[in-house]
Design a protein around this ligand. Structure first.
Ligand code: BG6
Length: 479
């Protein structure tokens, strides 16, 4: 299969510093399967996706792409393609099936030991996320999930076990993936587990609050008990679309700042500066929980690096009335405009929210650097999807030229941000392989590697995987 030849002057491996990390990313529920095997307990996603009507194609992650049984094949493929790192997440309910931390499930430990050891054997660094949305179901059912302060303690306990059992080999930890999505989609709109939308004026802010505190508690454990001996680093993964002002009008610029504060500042301000952004405090009043002095102290600088998941950008204009939807009703006075002067902000991928706007990544990286002390950043997810088509033949998916263009554009934007002086340490493509895309089920394909759901979950690298592989080896595709 041939991928396009590199054009003169386009992004190359040499545009990145020598130690720059290139990896691929996944998350436990999206790829592992084996959901009730070897003692694993249910997570909120197990229960949510088994409930009729929650997932677009009625599917779930019971089998997913079966990485639990095929991790060796997957690791070998990652190595063959030339990536130096694999970002995956640990399933909390595989380690503590009851969620409460009463008894470690040794079989869960064995699985991740095997995965980590095999990665290292093949020369791939593990980048491990402790929480990618799959809260043990018991913690939701009996404790109240992210609406309860108690979950903070349970998370710290779980994190400690992970550091103790895997930290001799894992040197890059991420506490929580995209707390914003859990807060909004899980506790306001209800399209993600645990599917709550009962009190959108309060619950998303509580769920965010306790995730932020859980992050800080886990970092505290790591720094106090493990960092000196294990020498690793620990960060949080936030997601942020770039927001570009629709016009030069002052009000549009203010709308942009407000939006970035509500997406990114919501999580990074407490972690860097000890409190929520002023605009959130003003607008939300009593809806926004408060941090105690002790918590503020714990929060400040509780981060070694920022993990950034970035997919797309928006044009943002001031609006005179709030846009619809519970979340925005409370907090925003702006409107998303994706057209300007008759042109779309960027070409669209399969998902209706995903416009291809590489320059937006350069801007968001610069924004984070300026606002958050030029802390090291990893781009922990970046990629685009194709629509699953019943009638399509595999070949159509394998020649994914659009995805190659996406990666070229976005990698170019990262290279430019590095030249701007932003301290970026690595880049992870989302996703290593097609997988269970949450509420979209298997209807969207984000993979560099195609998975044949109709024929034994066989893996086939797409053109984009081959392009990436040549890029990493510093070769043109025909060499
Ligand atoms: C990111 C998540 O928000 O977006 C990934 O961290 C997810 O887990 C990706 O797969 C794509 O989003 P979605 O909702 O289309 O699956």
């Amino acid at each position: 299969m041939a991928a396009p030849k590199a054009d003169a002057g386009e992004v190359s491996r040499n545009d990145f510093p020598a130690g720059f990390v290139f990896g691929v990313a996944t998350s436990a529920y999206q790829v592992e399967g084996a959901t009730n095997e070897d003692g694993k307990g249910d997570s909120i996603w197990d229960v949510f996706s088994r409930t009729k009507g929650n997932i677009k194609d009625g599917s779930n992650g019971d089998i997913a792409v079966d990485q639990y049984h095929r991790y060796k094949e997957d690791v070998e493929l990652i190595a063959k393609l030339g990536f130096g790192a694999y970002r995956f997440s640990i399933s909390w309910s595989r380690i503590f099936p009851d969620g409460f931390g009463n008894k470690v499930n040794e079989k869960g430990i064995v699985y991740y030991n095997h995965l980590i050891d095999y990665l290292l054997k093949k020369g791939i660094q593990p980048y491990v996320t402790l929480y990618h949305w799959d809260l043990p179901y018991t913690l939701h059912e009996f404790v109240g999930g992210w609406l309860s302060e108690k979950v903070v303690e349970y998370f710290a306990l779980y994190a400690e076990v992970c550091f103790a059992r895997f930290g001799d080999r894992v040197k890059h930890w991420m506490t929580i993936n995209e707390p914003l999505q859990t807060a909004i989609n899980g506790y306001s709109i209800g399209i993600f587990a645990p599917g709550r939308h009962d009190n959108p004026y309060k619950e998303p802010y509580l769920a965010a609050h306790y995730q932020i505190l859980a992050h800080a508690a886990a970092v505290d454990v790591y720094r106090k008990k493990f960092k000196a001996t294990q020498g690793g680093e620990i960060g949080l993964v936030v997601d942020c679309e770039w927001a570009e002002a629709f016009s030069d009008k002052e009000q549009d610029k203010i709308a942009v700042e407000r939006r970035l504060d509500f997406q990114l500042g919501w999580f990074l301000d407490p972690i860097f500066y000890g409190d929520y952004p002023a605009v959130m405090r003003e607008r939300l009043g009593d809806h926004l929980p408060q941090f105690t002095q002790r918590e503020k102290k714990l929060l400040r600088n509780s981060i070694d690096f920022v993990g950034l998941n970035h997919y797309t950008s928006r044009l943002i204009a001031h609006a005179t009335c709030a846009t619809e939807g519970p979340f925005y009703e409370v907090q925003e006075l702006e409107r998303i405009v994706n057209w300007q002067g008759g042109d779309l902000i960027g070409e669209r991928a399969a998902s209706d929210w995903l416009y291809i706007v590489p320059w937006g990544l350069r801007k968001v990286l610069n924004y984070i650097a300026q606002k958050y002390k030029n802390t090291p950043i990893y781009v922990t997810e970046n990629g685009m999807d194709d629509e699953e088509k019943e009638t399509a033949i595999i070949k159509e998916f394998l020649s994914d030229e659009k995805r190659i263009e996406y990666f070229k554009g976005y990698l170019g934007a990262v290279a430019q941000a590095i030249r701007d002086g932003v301290d970026i340490r690595g880049y992870f493509a989302w996703s290593f392989l097609d997988n269970f895309e949450w509420a979209q089920g298997y209807t969207k394909r984000f993979g560099l590697v195609y998975v044949d759901y109709k024929d034994g979950l066989k893996r086939y690298p797409k053109s984009s995987a081959l392009w990436f592989s040549h890029f990493l080896k510093g070769k043109s595709v025909d060499e």
